[in-house]
Design a protein around this ligand. Sequence first.
Ligand SMILES: [Zn+2]
Length: 284
Amino acid sequence: MPSLTLGDFELSIFSDGTYPLDGGAFFGVIPKIMWSRKAAPDERNYVRAGLNSLLIRTEHPRTGKQNVLVETGMGNKLSERMVKFYGQPAQLLANLAAGGIAPEDIDIVINTHLHFDHCGWNTMRDKSGKIVATFPRAKYYAPEGEWQYARKPSERDAISYLPENYDPLVESGQMMLLKGGEEIISGISVKTFPGHTAHMQAVIVESGGRTACYISDLIPTTAHIDITWGMGFDLYPLQTIESKKQYYAKAIAEKWLTVFTHDAKLAWAYVEKDEAGKMVARGA
Ligand SMILES: [Zn+2]
């Protein structure tokens, strides 16, 4: 479990495990001869994708101590058919417990978007089979536009949205919907970066003059740091390129730490441009 201090905050990665993803879908229009040098596929053409959640432990004079969890992995409610494709690693709660964090300890949960592999542990089934909040005390946040879209997704990505991950929380008032740009608590804010979906929001963490960003599926792994290396899943590939340019203009200039949702090996790194203009990821 990688950990580091960012100003007054302590940042840790907790994984929900890894899962197989088709390499072609993961790297979109990039030829296999190129992506396979960065992510070696198995005999079925699958590469290993990670499910990295970010825990931010804050110590702030005004807001006190809070535990903020960004993203909740794939969870344990996948259908049999989806389990055939992805397995169901479901390790997040066990990994949090090993780090001394119980579900009741989480004060805030933030979802960057509502695809099933980002909000799966938002909810779980209790003994009677009822869907309940996994983190009972937490306030949940997700992008409003994403939630609106998820109610009527396109045929292309309908499979990615499982309403039981968020609808019960919106109905009970436990999930708040964000326009984009809000500061959730002092030092933790969201910003919309369209491309992967129209309303995906990155989470920006600032303390002591340093910044980290959970950039989510805009740049899912260190193999995707080049401007043109988008995922086949991206709904708006040209916007992905524009959003990456916008992100790097700040993140490279101000030396932000970038957190990668789906990187099974390197959960965070500093992205830099080398002399030849090529993007490189330098470990933290
Ligand atoms: Zn996604």
